[in-house]
Design a protein. Structure first.
Lengths: 158, 155
């Protein structure tokens, strides 16, 4: 059963994730996204982006890394083989483009259990790194995406 | 870029839809998304989600699933292509949400075919956005629920 003590926990900002052109192309290919703005610089710039723009669910790549801080923690009580994804939301404050350096602050918004079933909701606040000076590249700056994810964890008896 | 089989129409070069020309209830189109095991492996690699239930039959059955199932995030990430191509700009999707209601089992041979259709669910002139509601089914049953994409469009 998921440990209720984790509710409300906030983790320190992650190390920066560097958004690369080939990663955007690879992810777009994997979800069948043929929009030229994921693949072709001229097309992306034609739409006003400084570089290739990421598909709408690309941020899951970044969010999943941050979420592992929580779901892989043995103290959290989450058996990943018994996890079912319940819901997911992406709120884009700015589009993600190649060249972005993004840091994530993970929040555990809720942990509830009823019988053998636990529901956990996490929220990843993904920011562009601050450019305020040397040594501050992991300081969260402009908000880019919020990723909210709810997992259902079945207990041994469920 | 590589063409994929499920796209039935030419991307881009189409005039972007305008908010003022839309009405709630308008259909934006349909598409099918074909998922096979290689798509699941490709998505696992691209996304970093290596959960065995998406590529190991015995493991999936051992945890009570009907077999290997598609990543919910692959289904979510694939069906939104209907919206981004209609919008003419994949960065125009400012909010995208879904609830995963049923797994999509993907056979060892052959494909699982997911059907998608979209219609205008709401228009917010002040915000300059429209909400597209997607219906996503596999073998006639909804696999995603409350699948909504908010898209920024010009007036």
């Amino acid at each position: 059963m998921a440990n209720p003590d984790f509710q409300g926990r906030e983790y320190p900002a992650t190390a920066p994730y560097s958004v690369g052109r080939e990663k955007i192309r690879e992810f777009a290919e994997a979800v069948g996204a043929t929009d030229p703005a994921h693949h072709d610089l001229v097309a992306a710039r034609g739409l006003g982006y400084p570089d290739l723009v990421a598909p709408p669910t690309f941020a899951v790549v970044i969010a999943q890394r941050a979420e592992s801080q929580y779901v892989s923690d043995p103290e959290a009580g989450i058996d990943f083989s018994r996890v079912v994804h319940a819901d997911e939301r992406f709120t884009h404050h700015h589009p993600i483009v190649a060249g972005d350096e993004l840091v994530t602050v993970l929040h555990v918004d809720s942990v509830t259990s009823r019988g053998a079933l636990s529901m956990v909701t996490t929220r990843c606040e993904i920011f562009a790194t601050s450019e305020t000076g040397f040594g501050s590249d992991t300081v969260p700056g402009t908000p880019v995406v919020t990723v909210t994810s709810t997992l259902a964890v079945r207990g041994e008896d469920a | 870029m590589t063409a994929r089989t499920e796209q039935s129409h030419e991307p881009s070069a189409v005039a972007r839809p305008r908010l003022g020309a839309l009405a709630v209830g308008d259909q934006i189109g349909t598409r099918t998304v074909e998922l096979d095991r290689s798509r699941l492996v490709r998505y696992a690699g691209a996304s970093g989600d290596f959960n065995r239930i998406h590529w190991d039959q015995e493991f999936a059955e051992g945890v009570g699933l009907p077999g290997v199932i598609a990543h919910g995030m692959l289904t979510m990430g694939s069906v939104v292509g209907l919206v981004t191509e209609w919008a003419g700009d994949p960065g125009a999707v400012v909010d995208y949400t879904t609830r995963f209601s049923r797994p999509v089992p993907v056979p060892a041979d052959g494909v699982a075919t997911v059907e998608v259709s979209g219609k205008i669910g709401a228009i917010d002139v002040e915000a300059g956005t429209t909400r597209v509601d997607l219906t996503v089914t596999f073998e006639g049953a909804k696999v995603l629920m409350k699948t909504q994409a908010v898209v920024r469009l010009d007036g």
